[in-house]
Design a binder for this molecule. Structure first.
Ligand SMILES: NC(=O)C1=CN([C@@H]2O[C@H](COP(=O)(O)OP(=O)(O)OC[C@H]3O[C@@H](n4cnc5c(N)ncnc54)[C@H](OP(=O)(O)O)[C@@H]3O)[C@@H](O)[C@H]2O)C=CC1
Ligand SMILES: Cc1cn([C@H]2C[C@H](O)[C@@H](COP(=O)(O)OP(=O)(O)O[C@H]3O[C@@H](C)C(=O)[C@@H](O)[C@H]3O)O2)c(=O)[nH]c1=O
Length: 287
């Protein structure tokens, strides 16, 4: 999903080479070395992951290989090539107990194999000896080109009269368009900040859209927008439920809003509210 948006939105000042899974397996060090040698990139953006949260519980080894080891392989290749690495991580590295926006230095405590494997990936990058990296933790992504909660709700609203959605998990949705733009702004930051002693812009950042909501509120707004765009979905009721009433293999944090203070400070950029961005997504999707 995120890779699709990079193809669509990365500014044309970048001469971009997109590699899909067939062209580049991030767990294959030899292949990664060959591709990096051939393309000689200045920046490597890793959108690859095993991101099916529940499937990670049963395919643990694959999760740790792709999400845990792959980023380390890319980081070592980036170090050898003198490239910057951008890596995407997740709010699911937190346990959700804080109930205040999480900052980059907060203690991590993943509740799921997915969250733990993504944390291992972050650690592999930090331990690789690569200095110029951005690890960008984000949350609740949606956009074109892949499965996500917005598309699931659009489908279910057309199939069912009643939706039951958890109302006790709070986070923040993020349109992939906004994340791509945020990454572009972070990549631009070194040009402005590098000469300031002791102010390296590289490191870990949090980025999501602004505001917060539960999955239930998110679903309500999705269905309202669906109606505004002329659809007459089958759904008549959306019921708020508790997490224990919707049992899944992987535990999710009950609170995972990310603080954007560091991102705002370094880039000076405004962050769109999730409601605004969701409207933009519907405009783009239905027109
Ligand atoms: N989706 C979300 O809500 C969130 C996602 N993230 C992170 O954002 C990033 C992008 O997520 P998203 O776009 O949703 O993920 P998707 O699942 O949509 O895409 C992941 C891509 O990675 C590919 N892939 C899997 N294994 C490998 C491998 N070994 N080598 C190369 N490619 C591989 C997949 O290919 P194939 O299908 O062929 O296996 C797929 O194309 C991930 O790092 C994810 O952890 C963070 C927060 C929220
Ligand atoms: C479809 C559906 C989901 N839910 C709940 C289940 C879950 O608690 C919550 C979210 O559902 P999903 O399983 O679609 O979302 P999930 O896969 O947990 O989404 C996560 O993906 C990974 C990749 C991330 O990194 C996270 O930031 C986050 O976006 O909504 C309902 O309550 N009712 C429903 O009908």
């Amino acid at each position: 999903m995120l890779g699709t948006m990079f193809r669509q939105r990365m500014p044309s000042i970048y001469d971009m080479h997109a590699c899909d899974h067939d062209a580049l397996d991030i767990t294959n060090a030899e292949q990664v070395g060959e591709v990096v040698l051939r393309l000689r990139p200045q920046v490597i953006v890793n959108c690859a992951a095993f991101a099916r949260v529940d499937a990670c519980e049963t395919s643990r080894d694959l999760a740790f290989l792709v999400n845990g080891e792959g980023p380390g392989i890319l980081a070592r290749a980036a170090r050898e090539a003198g490239a910057v690495l951008v890596h995407i991580s997740t709010d699911y590295v937190f346990d959700g107990c804080k109930k205040q926006p999480y900052v980059e230095d907060d203690d991590t405590a993943p509740l799921s194999v997915y969250g733990l494997s993504k944390l291992r990936g972050e650690q592999a990058i930090r331990e690789s000896g690569l200095e110029r990296y951005f690890i960008v933790r984000t949350s609740w992504l949606y956009g074109p080109g892949g499965g996500n909660f917005v598309e699931t709700i659009i489908r279910l609203a057309q199939e069912r009269e009643e939706l039951r959605i958890v109302a006790d998990q709070i986070g923040c949705p993020t349109y992939t368009r906004d994340l791509v733009l945020a990454i572009y702004r972070l990549l631009d930051a070194p040009r402005r900040l590098d000469p300031v002693p002791g102010k390296s812009p590289y490191g870990t950042y949090h980025f999501s859209d602004d505001g917060q909501c539960s999955w239930f509120e998110f679903a309500e707004v999705i269905v309202a927008l669906l109606r505004q765009h002329g659809s007459e979905p089958a759904v008549k009721r959306i019921l708020p439920i508790r997490t224990e009433d919707y049992p899944l293999p992987a535990a999710r944090p009950s609170w995972s809003v990310l603080s954007k203070a560091k991102y705002r400070q370094v880039t000076g950029a405004r962050v769109s509210h999730w409601r605004e961005s969701l409207k933009d997504y519907f405009e783009a999707r239905f027109t």
